[in-house]
Design a protein around this ligand. Structure first.
Ligand SMILES: Nc1ncnc2c1ncn2[C@@H]1O[C@H](COP(=O)(O)OP(=O)(O)O)[C@@H](O)[C@H]1O
Ligand SMILES: [Mg+2]
Length: 263
């Protein structure tokens, strides 16, 4: 499993044999993805993404960087099935997404994607156990199983002794852990995080990155937007966007060696 993560598609010529034909579909594959925002009169307002090709192998830990307005959120929204491209193909976990209806798209999003946000986005009236159960409600999982799985998910991030706390009774770092538990409870194929450490002091941010690194070691695919070069250095791969195109796409050899991923 881990050895597959050390092979990236960096430099793979467009049109080469898809990994799916080799029996290992990437977690996400974008081909010629364009997202254009139009003015009410139908003329082009912004080309937020321009014919983007991107393969994200299963188990990869990838940082998305780029200046404000370069298209990071647009890309995350498309990867997370929150929005649809203007043109191009998106395969999520080996399945084409563009042919899905809106209901199916929401279902796929619920099953395949976990989201972590800069602002945690926990519901303040609920305990973190109840918060962590929410994605399973949408999947129609019975109450008892929801509870068990939410507890497991909170244990995974070290919050098993805090499950009945409300978000405000927890530190920022603990709240972000709870948000990660909620993102994981549906056993997603991809965990997407948009500046997950942006609201945290650096020591707490480090601890959250360590949680991600643990999840990465367990084989989860992680896509993280960050503005911080030092954080990006800790990921396996860095994709930098510029004006809706990929400015560079680089593998952090050092990081992989450091983590001993081949072991
Ligand atoms: N809903 C929208 N309508 C019109 N333009 C948008 C919309 N969302 C984003 N944009 C534009 O698309 C470009 C990329 O935005 P975004 O993906 O939010 O960039 P980033 O997250 O890198 O800051 C920007 O020029 C932005 O103004
Ligand atoms: Mg953004």
């Amino acid at each position: 499993m881990e050895s597959a993560t050390t092979t990236t598609t960096h430099g793979t010529p467009h049109g080469s044999q898809p990994a799916s034909q080799l029996g290992v579909a990437p977690a996400a594959r974008l081909k010629g993805i364009t997202k254009t925002y139009f003015k009410p009169d139908g003329s082009v307002l912004v080309e937020a993404l321009r014919a983007l090709d991107l393969d994200i192998p299963r188990g990869q830990y990838i940082a998305i960087m780029g200046a404000s307005g370069s298209g990071k959120s647009t890309l995350m929204n498309l990867l997370g099935c929150l929005d649809r491209p203007t043109a191009g193909q998106y395969e999520l976990d080996g399945k084409p997404v563009e042919s899905l209806g809106d209901d199916e798209l929401s279902r796929v999003r619920g099953e395949k994607i976990g989201f972590v946000f800069q602002a945690f986005n926990l519901i303040s009236e609920l305990s973190i156990l109840e918060n962590a159960e929410i994605p399973l409600l949408y999947q129609g999982i019975p109450a008892k199983e929801r509870r068990v799985r939410a507890f497991e998910s909170l244990s995974l991030v070290g919050l098993e002794n805090r499950v009945h706390h409300r978000p405000r009774e927890l530190s920022g770092g603990q709240q972000q852990r709870a948000a990660i538990a909620r993102a994981l409870v549906g056993r997603p194929a991809i965990l997407m995080a948009d500046e997950p450490t942006g609201n945290l002091d650096s020591a707490t941010g480090q601890a959250i990155l360590e949680v991600f690194e643990e999840l990465h070691k367990k084989g989860l695919t992680l896509i993280m937007v960050t503005h911080d070069d030092r954080i990006a250095q800790r990921c396996q791969r860095v994709v930098r966007l510029r004006d809706g195109s990929i400015e560079f796409d680089r593998v952090n050899q050092q990081t992989m060696a450091h983590r001993g991923d081949s072991a």
